[in-house]
Each structure stands twice: as structure tokens, then as C-alpha cells.
Ligand binder design. Structure first.
Ligand code: UD1
Ligand code: CA
Length: 450
């Protein structure tokens, strides 16, 4: 069985009142067409087709190689939109699944069920329906005595009895390809001037062909996004799904209503996430960390057993047992090795801090390599910006940079150096050679005994 999926995304989305194409508005940090693409990809069939029209270039450039495109220059309705995919698909597949890009909460297992039902259906199509008292402008589903679907009636043309029907068309279908393409050509223009894809149901029923329906148990899946209010509702549902999944995986979320976790984030077990925390992009968190309250992490990797207070981390790495914050800012390229501790108001940009480094109070460190166990005291700053370029600095291991020291890059400070409070370091400082160690009697006796 070859299955092709068509994602309808040519509509204008007028009610979003936006210059951005509707499907590029973000949901949990990603343009929401992403979720339709993922659902289509999960069917494992041919590369999906996206029907583009309004904002076609922008949609294409987001989707890229993940789909093939059909262009609907003027939007004459959903049947007309699907017809634009005919040249790409006719004769190429057995089943055609049609979804709308404005239904991002649809889950892949529902699509798989739809395909299963259609595979067993002797008739030409299976559709997805939802039960709801509030019709949301959806088409109403008319069933015949044998339970098959007889017609879908759009709000615009429905009678009062039809408007009272609580079973609604979700706008997701699986068609027999062989039947679909000729049928689309037979659809007549509706009183509203559009070609309705929903009229396929009437065409089939009139010929005595069976139209099956799968009714959603979770009506949230069918939420269609037409306004920014719908977008916020969908966002809340998606966040809840994500948070629930992480709680089931062993993550404690103190207040799921104020915790924002992106779809591509990974979190180890026994982490505790306090309110106001945002984890977005490709964040990866190890086990047994505490995050927040109000920690904001983007594209950041954190090891295990870390504690991150109210701080902003962007494109940073922290190995195991790192403590950060509150009120620190890590910028891209900040790399904190195991056991590093940052206190409050510390900014780190594009710098490597070796194991055991401590920066307890308000410092800036940029473009710097800091050796093991260095302590950088209150108010010490790396002055890395000179002549329009960021200049590098090095601080050797076991050094102590005194309070208020200004390290003027480019400069190298050796190992074991202590700078006095308020020092301005403008020239390289060679390593302090430690006094010859007095022989350790214990080590000596061990050697003898070996
Ligand atoms: C459609 C269904 C309705 C169903 C509802 C569920 C029809 C006639 N009606 O109505 O029964 O309850 O979905 O959400 O199909 N599009 C195009 N080109 C067009 C028109 C639409 O690509 O010319 C795309 C839109 O971008 C959107 C999808 O098709 O992704 C659905 O179109 P929309 O206008 O939102 O249809 P509804 O009025 O919601
Ligand atoms: Ca819609």
C-alpha cells in the first residue's frame, strides 16, 4: 500500500491579522506547519506534498526538502487546493491522506488509525470526525441508517436541523487514490463560490459507496487555528502534553502551568523544575538537576547533578555538578567544566572554565580560557573588546584573580598567580614557580616499602 499525504496550507489565514503566513506562526517555539509535517512523516509513506499559496515562498523556505510543493495561485476552496496536487500524485499511490496545516495538534496514531480503517473499507474514503456542542464553524456530519457518512454540510449552507448535529468534520481524510482524482473533477462550485472537498462525501454516498468515519475521543486534537486566540489555546494544550510526558518519564515539575518545555528538549530523570522555567531549542539536561525558579535555557547542554537558579543560558554547556546563579547570563560558547560554580551576576561569553573554577560575584568573562581551580573574585572583569575585535585571554590554573581586577585582552596570566584587588593586567604574567616542595615523609616511606 503506497500512502501519500497532502498538507493543505494555501489559505490566507485572514483572521490572524498578520503579515506572516498563518502556518509559520509558532507553537511551542516552532512554526506550526512543523507538526503537520511530523504527523505526515510518521506515516512513513512518500515525501508529503504541501499545497502552498499565500506566503508560498516563506512556507517553502521553512519546509525545504522535507516536502514537494503544489502551488494554488488563487484559493478557490479545499477541493481546488487538493486538485493542484493531482499532477504530482495521480497514479503514484494507493491512498491519499489529506490534512490541514492549521490542525497542529493532530497526533500521528490517529492518522495511522484512519489509514487502517480506509484500508479495510470497500468504499472510497474515511474521514475524521469530532463530537462537540460548539461547532467552531466546522462542517456537520450527516450519517445514514447503516452508520456510514452520507454528507458533510458546511455551516454556510446548512439547515437549522443540520446545524443541530453535534458530529463535526475535523477536515482530515484518507481517500482511495484511484477514486479521488476523477471525483475531484466532478465537484461543483458551492453557493459561496468555493469548491468544497467535503462534497466528495456526497459524491460517494450517491453512488452507494461507503464513507467511513473515525470519531476522535480527544476533541483537542481537532483544534483548528484561525485566530491568535486559537493559537494560545493550542499552545496551552501542547505545553500540557509535553509537561505530562516528562512527568511520566520521572521529572518533577512543580507547576506545569508556568513551565515551558520545547518539543526537542531532553531531560534526565529526577530533575526538579521550578516555576517560570523555560527550556527551548535543543536543550539537553542530565539527571538530578534542579532548574529555576525562572531559569531560561536555550540550546544548552547541562550535565547531571547541576543547580541552575534564575539565569539565562544560551548555547552554553555545563558539565556535571555545576552551580549557576541566581542571575547569571551564559552566552554562546560558554563552556563550564565539571564542578564550576558561578554566583550571582556573572556573565560568561565564549569561554572555557576548567574544572573547579569559581566566580562568586558579578564578573564578566569573555573569550577567555580559565585553568583549573581558579577563583575570580568579586567584580573582576575581562576587558576583551579592543579595536573592534574580541581579544583572547588566558588565566593559568590555581590562580586567584583579586576583586576588581581588570584583565585587558589580549593577555596571558600564568599558573598560581595572585592579583591584588584593583590590579589592571595589561601585559602577560609568567607562571609563579612554586617553592621547591619539602619532601613528604609519607610518600618517601611508601616508595621504600614498594
Ligand atoms: C474545512 C472543512 C470543514 C471542516 C473544517 C475543519 C471544507 C469545505 N470544509 O473548513 O468541513 O469542518 O475544515 O477544520 O473543506 N486551503 C487551501 N486552499 C483553499 C482553501 C483552503 O489550501 O483554497 C487550506 C487552508 O490553508 C487550511 C485548509 O485548507 O489549511 C482548510 O481550509 P479552511 O478555509 O480553514 O476550511 P474551513 O472553513 O475551516
Ligand atoms: Ca480552518
Amino acid at each position: 500500500m503506497i500512502v501519500s499525504t497532502v498538507i493543505l496550507a494555501a489559505g490566507q489565514g485572514t483572521r490572524m491579522r498578520s503579515s506572516l503566513p498563518k502556518v509559520l506562526h509558532c507553537l511551542a517555539g516552532k512554526p506550526f506547519i512543523e507538526y503537520s509535517l511530523l504527523a505526515a512523516e510518521s506515516l512513513g509513506g512518500e515525501t508529503p506534498i504541501v499545497v502552498v499559496g499565500h506566503g508560498a515562498d516563506a512556507v517553502r523556505s521553512y519546509v525545504g526538502e522535507r516536502a514537494r510543493f503544489a502551488v494554488q495561485v488563487r484559493q478557490h476552496g479545499t477541493a481546488h487546493a487538493l486538485l493542484t496536487a493531482e499532477p504530482l500524485l495521480a497514479g503514484q499511490s494507493d491512498l491519499v491522506v489529506v490534512i490541514s496545516a492549521d490542525m497542529p495538534l493532530l497526533i500521528s496514531s490517529t492518522l495511522r488509525k484512519l489509514v487502517e480503517i480506509q484500508t479495510a473499507n470497500p468504499g472510497p474514503m474515511t474521514m475524521l470526525t469530532v463530537l462537540s456542542k460548539d461547532s467552531h464553524g466546522f462542517g456537520h456530519v450527516v450519517r445514514s441508517e447503516d452508520g456510514s457518512v452520507k454528507a458533510i454540510v458546511e455551516e454556510a449552507v446548512a439547515t437549522p436541523e443540520q446545524l443541530a448535529i453535534e458530529e463535526l468534520n475535523a477536515g482530515v481524510y484518507c481517500f482511495s487514490a484511484q477514486w479521488l482524482w476523477p471525483a475531484l473533477h466532478r465537484i461543483k462550485v458551492s453557493p459561496t463560490g468555493e469548491y468544497y472537498l467535503t462534497d466528495t462525501v456526497g459524491l460517494a454516498a450517491k453512488k452507494g459507496l461507503r464513507v467511513e468515519a473515525l470519531t476522535l475521543s480527544d476533541s483537542e486534537e481537532a483544534i483548528g487555528i484561525n485566530t491568535r486566540q486559537h493559537l494560545a489555546e493550542a499552545e496551552a494544550i501542547l505545553r500540557k502534553r509535553i509537561n505530562t510526558a516528562w512527568m511520566l518519564e520521572g521529572v518533577t515539575i512543580i507547576d506545569p502551568n508556568t513551565t515551558y518545555i520545547g518539543p526537542d528538549v531532553r531531560i534526565g530523570k529526577d530533575c526538579i523544575i521550578y516555576p517560570g522555567t523555560h527550556l527551548s531549542g535543543t536543550c539537553e539536561i542530565g539527571e538530578e538537576c534542579t532548574l529555576g525558579p525562572n531559569a531560561i535555557l536555550t540550546d544548552t547542554r547541562v550535565g547531571s547533578l547541576c543547580q541552575i537558579g534564575a539565569s539565562v543560558l544560551e548555547g552554553a554547556v555545563a558539565e556535571d555538578r555545576v552551580k549557576i546563579g541566581p542571575f547569571c547570563h551564559l552566552l554562546p560558547g560558554a563552556y563550564l567544566a565539571a564542578g564550576v560554580a558561578l554566583g550571582n551576576h556573572v556573565e560568561i561569553a565564549n569561554s572555557y572554565l576548567a574544572p573547579g573554577v569559581q566566580v562568586p560575584h558579578f564578573s564578566f568573562i569573555g573569550d577567555t580560557t580559565v585553568g583549573e581551580n581558579v577563583t575570580i573574585e568579586a567584580g573582576a572583569v575581562v576587558c576583551n573588546y579592543e579595536s573592534q575585535f574580541d581579544q583572547p585571554a588566558e588565566i593559568g590554573s590555581e590562580s586567584v584573580i583579586g576583586a576588581g581586577t581588570m584583565i585587558v585582552s589580549p593577555v596571558k596570566i600564568g599558573d598560581g598567580i595572585y592579583t591584588h584587588a584593583g590590579t589592571i593586567v595589561e601585559a602577560d604574567v609568567p607562571s609563579e614557580i612554586p617553592p621547591a616542595a619539602s619532601p613528604n615523609p609519607l610518600e618517601g616511606s611508601q616508595e621504600e616499602s614498594e
